[in-house]
Design a protein around this ligand. Structure first.
Ligand SMILES: NC(=O)C1=CN([C@@H]2O[C@H](COP(=O)(O)OP(=O)(O)OC[C@H]3O[C@@H](n4cnc5c(N)ncnc54)[C@H](OP(=O)(O)O)[C@@H]3O)[C@@H](O)[C@H]2O)C=CC1
Ligand SMILES: [Cu+2]
Length: 552
């Protein structure tokens, strides 16, 4: 490595006195940084380097007639520029790298920063940076800055584009590059050797990678439920009554689909935690890797939660506009007028009022906690919380939110599940279907006591990685002393939990079957069936609960 390399980052542009660090101000001679290519990226980078106090020289094919460069920089031939600096940024496209072979001698021993990207993945057999290393075997290639855009460099990086990924085979060569990046106000993340270059080159081609799975899931659920409800509500009414209520797809159906999908997505945020806890319990150790699908699922919980919150907000907005809908105003006016005409009065039903008020109040409370969860997931807020506080909010408040939203849906349904006409074409209504998952998650969570599961999996993706790393480090030792057999009392609890889950599942089927019977048979007969089977079943369930609690 040339001697000048160590001076690279301490040098200063003489005229920009205000930006000079004090110790460097005394340095009389400062080695410039070299940029090959006077295109968009080269120009933006040169501008930022100048502002940070560096001296910049450009290497260009046409030093006299190249495009505009930042004032205060020099433009030379590639050869002259390469000779004047020990750190060279190659701001040219990979397709034009061939000419560099002729400069192999001048570039030997220098740090060569490859910033290039490709338009598609896998169009070349090797990464651009590896190709550059082949062309100039004596150079020290470092892949860096490729995830920033010329625009971000020019405007000063915002939060999202502050990160610089860097990789290279020489640690000494990476040092000055990371110093330059730090001086530009960027944060550096070393991704190891040049083998990581391809991965870094693929980064800019990714489009919202962590959002992909949650968005696909949301789209799938939304389309499925829309179709399901369209068939049950609009088509069913058209077929059975000949009435066209297709206008309801705009507000009524949307206001059914949004809360349904929101509740399912919220449950999906907590389901992997429950699965992971049971998996740890089953394996008898927490230091074993989770399957990849579970890992991926856990890492996108924040996105799932944020989409769920978005859908909950839509549900609130759609609910607020109900009173101003033409359909609703018409229905209210029509019923009032017909009652007046027929001189009828209606009595006030306190139980209906109770149910309606509690369903609304629980919904509002649930929504309040939902918003709190969303706010605490913002990096600026979560960074201000201690790990214990963050885990409390995301786990305890999360479950409380899920519980309130589930209760809101149960109260909305009320005793409607007993009315045969609810099951159009023998299908349960949407809200009933969406209750399945949160009920399972909440029952599993209730059954999942600390005695059962040991330490809880970390819900924070970043910290999850840390725990996983720590887990791996301790793996060899951990697997020896932690792989103990599960105590028999725990196995009993698992069995009763499974039994309880089975009971809850039965409740759903039982109720469904009873209602179908109820529809077919006469009221009295099915009433007896209902009370008998329900009574027996409840005894069995109570026994399970009793055994379970007794053993906790
Ligand atoms: N623009 C962006 O936002 C980003 C760009 N990058 C990467 O930076 C590199 C430069 O991109 P950008 O500045 O946008 O591209 P431009 O097309 O704007 O500039 C490329 C420069 O390369 C030089 N060049 C062109 N053809 C040749 C050739 N045959 N031989 C030698 N030099 C040549 C030219 O400079 P001259 O005339 O002075 O010789 C030209 O200005 C690319 O690899 C790109 O992938 C990476 C991240 C973001
Ligand atoms: Cu609601």
């Amino acid at each position: 490595m040339s001697d000048g390399l160590s001076d690279v980052s301490t040098g200063l542009k003489q005229e920009s006195v205000a930006l000079c660090p004090l110790e460097a101000a005394a340095a009389p001679q400062q080695e410039p940084l070299c940029i090959f290519g006077t295109g968009d990226f080269g120009r933006s980078l040169g501008q930022r380097l100048l502002q940070a106090g560096y001296k910049v020289v450009y290497g260009s094919r046409r030093p006299q007639s190249c495009g505009p460069v930042p004032p205060g920089t020099q433009v030379m031939s590639h050869m002259a520029a390469a000779q004047s600096a020990s750190l060279v940024f190659l701001c040219i496209h990979r397709e034009n790298y061939d000419f560099l072979e002729t400069l192999a001698h001048q570039l030997s021993g220098k740090v060569l920063v490859d910033v290039s990207n490709n338009l598609k993945k896998n169009i070349y057999p090797e990464a651009n940076a590896e190709y550059l290393q082949k062309l100039i075997p004596g150079g020290h290639v470092v892949k860096a800055f490729n995830t920033l855009s010329a625009w971000a460099l020019q405007n000063g990086p915002a939060d999202a584009s502050r990160q610089v990924y860097l990789c290279g085979n020489s640690t000494e060569a990476k040092q000055p590059v990371s110093e330059v990046a730090t001086k530009l106000g960027l944060s550096v993340l070393d991704r190891g050797s040049l083998n990581a270059a391809r991965e870094l080159e693929d980064f800019p081609l990714e489009l919202f990678p962590v959002w992909r799975l949650p968005l696909r899931l949301t789209l799938g659920l939304t389309v499925s439920f829309y179709t399901y409800l369209f068939l049950r509500d609009v088509i069913y009414t058209y077929v059975t009554e000949g009435k066209d209520i297709s206008f309801r797809i705009m507000v009524s159906l949307a206001n059914k689909v949004f809360p349904i999908v929101s509740l399912i997505l919220l449950s999906l945020c907590y389901l992997p935690g429950v699965i992971a806890a049971f998996l740890q319990l089953y394996r008898g150790t927490k230091y074993k890797r989770f399957p990849d699908w579970l890992d991926r699922w856990m890492l996108c919980r924040k996105q799932l939660g944020l989409i769920a919150l978005g859908y909950a907000c839509l549900h609130v907005l759609y609910t607020l506009i109900i009173p101003i809908r033409y359909y609703v105003r018409f229905k209210i006016a029509e019923s009032t007028i017909s009652k007046v005409k027929m001189n009828q009065t209606s009595t006030f039903d306190t139980s209906v009022a109770w149910r309606s008020d509690s369903y609304l109040a629980v919904g509002i409370l649930g929504f309040g906690f939902y918003i709190l969860l969303g706010i605490t997931s913002l990096p600026s807020v979560s960074n201000a919380l201690s790990w214990r506080e963050f885990s409390f909010v995301q786990s305890k408040l999360g479950y409380l939110t899920l519980f309130l939203c589930t209760l809101h849906t149960y109260l909305y349904g009320g005793t409607r599940f007993l009315i045969p006409s609810t099951y159009k074409w023998c299908t349960p209504p949407g809200y009933m279907l969406c209750l399945l998952l949160p009920s399972v998650v909440l029952s599993a969570q209730a059954a999942d006591s600390p005695a059962l599961r040991g330490p809880q999996p970390d819900p924070h993706p970043k910290r999850l990685g840390e725990e996983r790393r720590r887990g791996r480090q301790q793996k060899s030792a951990a697997n020896v002393d932690l792989k103990q057999p599960i105590p028999p009392v725990n196995m009993f609890l698992v069995q009763t939990s499974v039994m309880l889950l089975y009971c809850e599942k039965l409740t759903f089927y039982n109720i469904y079957n009873i209602v179908i019977k109820y529809k077919i048979a006469s009221y009295q007969l099915s009433g007896i069936t209902f009370s008998c089977s329900q009574g027996l079943f409840n005894h069995f369930r109570c026994c399970c609960y009793y055994l379970y609690v007794a053993h906790l």
